[in-house]
Structure formats: C-alpha cells, structure tokens
Design a protein around this ligand. Structure first.
Ligand SMILES: Cc1cc2nc3c(=O)[nH]c(=O)nc-3n(C[C@H](O)[C@H](O)[C@H](O)COP(=O)(O)O)c2cc1C
Length: 238
C-alpha cells in the first residue's frame, strides 16, 4: 500500500476478529508511529499496550460503572457538548453508524448496547493507552504531539492489515484504566486506541465518514490566483 492508499482507505474499525495480534507486529507499528514529529523532539508520549486479563478487567469495570451511572472521571479534558457545525458532524457520523448497524433512533436497548460496546472498546484484542508526562500538563503542546503519534499509529496499523478505533470511551473512567494498567502517577491518560484484525462482516466497519472539502478547510493567502480573486471586485468597479 502506498501512502495515499493507507490514508484514504483507513477508517475506524469497531468490530474485530478474536485472534490475538502478535507483539512483534505491534512493536513494528509503534516504531513507525514514533517517527511522528513532536515539539522540540520532546516525544512526551508513553504507550501502555494492553491485552488479555488486564484489558478484560478494564472492560468489566467500565461496564459496571457505566451501568451504575457513575459520572465519567476522564483525566484529559473533553469539550463538553458540541454545538453548531460540530454537533451536525457528530450527528452525521452517528446516523451513518446507526444505519449500518440497523439501530433505530428510538431503540433505547440497541443504543445502550452500542454505548456499552464502546466502553468495552468494541471487544478489541488490544488496547493501547496513550499517556504523556504530567510535567507538561499545563500546556497544550504535549496533547498535540500525542495526536500526531496516534495518527501515525492508526495508519501504520492499517498498512499492516490491522484496524483501530481511537476512543475516549475506553478512558472515560481513567482511574479504572490507571489501576488495572499500572500507569504511573507522573503520566496523564490522554486517549486509547483499540486495535485488532477487522471483522469484515461487522457492518459499521464499512462506514466511510465524510470530510469537509479543501476549499472549506483552508484559505490561501499570498498565492497568485488568490490575489487575482481579491482584485476581481476592484477591476469590476473600475
Ligand atoms: C480523540 C478521538 C476520540 C474518539 N472517541 C471515540 C469513541 O469514544 N468512540 C468511537 O466509537 N469512536 C471514537 N472516535 C473515532 C471517531 O468517531 C472517528 O475517527 C471519526 O468519526 C472519523 O471516522 P474515521 O476514523 O472512520 O475516519 C474518536 C476519535 C478521536 C480522534
């Protein structure tokens, strides 16, 4: 696969085959992802690669807390409720996923089942918990660096036939993750990445999320054609 094929082909995977992922493959993926740029090459990230019993204990405790209505205790700050365009895009992907899974809008049982799947990290055989050094917690750059690493991680995994879903759900109860994964206190839990071999029969895995077009995402300043555009009204007036 060339770079474009990986980037264009990758999508979040939320249904996994049960077979384990060899440690050597995960190490290869992490080595590639570690080539991510970071501020002043500080590489502030740590990856806690979980499988088997510790991961199952996290799933069980996450599920228990969720069913008991325990409020989230996530270490990395979320944004709260999205509004406006952000909310629209959030709804759009949710509708795509629910349609693929045959979940009707008012079907509370299936919706709850979907949420719980998320808290179990979609039963993936591997979860990689991404943390960064607490000494950097007062700034915003370490989190940015982690984002670069994680993008590399999911693309490297895809290039090797593995699928991932980056997810907040798995670390929503950060103390649970910290305890079962043995994460030291001098690290902040940022996010986790569920990973495994994609189950091609799982309908949500086929969902391709939309993207804003370039002209909406970017504006160009100082380019010859931009200058021509900027001059156009003046020319029309003269
Ligand atoms: C920071 C972050 C948190 C996310 N949390 C979740 C999550 O909790 N559950 C989930 O199903 N997907 C989660 N996702 C996956 C996004 O929904 C997904 O990346 C987005 O809809 C674009 O789809 P794609 O990855 O298939 O291109 C998360 C992604 C990011 C980057």
């Amino acid at each position: 696969m060339n770079y474009d094929d990986v980037v264009n082909g990758r999508r979040s995977i939320r249904g996994f085959r049960p077979e384990p992922v060899p440690r050597s493959v995960i190490e290869e993926i992490i080595a590639l992802a570690s080539r991510a740029p970071s501020s002043m090459n500080t590489q502030p990230w740590h990856l806690h690669v979980l499988t088997g019993e510790p991961l199952d204990r996290i799933r069980a405790d996450n599920t228990e807390r969720n069913l008991a209505g325990v409020p989230p205790s996530r270490e990395s700050r979320g944004t709260g409720q999205y509004e406006g365009d952000h909310r629209q895009r959030q709804i759009e992907i949710a509708v795509q996923l629910f349609q693929a899974m045959g979940i009707e809008r008012h079907d509370q049982e299936k919706r709850q089942d979907w949420v719980l799947r998320g808290f179990r990290q979609f039963d993936a055989p591997v979860s990689i918990v991404v943390t960064y050094d607490r000494a950097l917690a007062d700034g915003d750059i370490a989190q940015f660096d982690c984002g670069a690493l994680v993008n590399g991680l999911v693309n490297a995994a895809w290039s090797r036939g593995l699928g991932c879903v980056i997810n907040s759900q798995g670390i929503m109860h950060s103390p649970v993750v910290r305890a079962h994964a043995g994460i030291p206190d001098d690290q902040v839990i940022m996010i986790c990445v569920a990973m495994g071999y994609p189950d091609d029969r799982f309908p949500a895995n086929a969902v391709v999320s939309k993207r804003r077009p370039v002209h909406e995402v970017a504006r160009f300043v100082g380019f010859a054609d931009t200058e021509a555009e900027a001059l156009a009204p003046a020319v029309a007036r003269s």
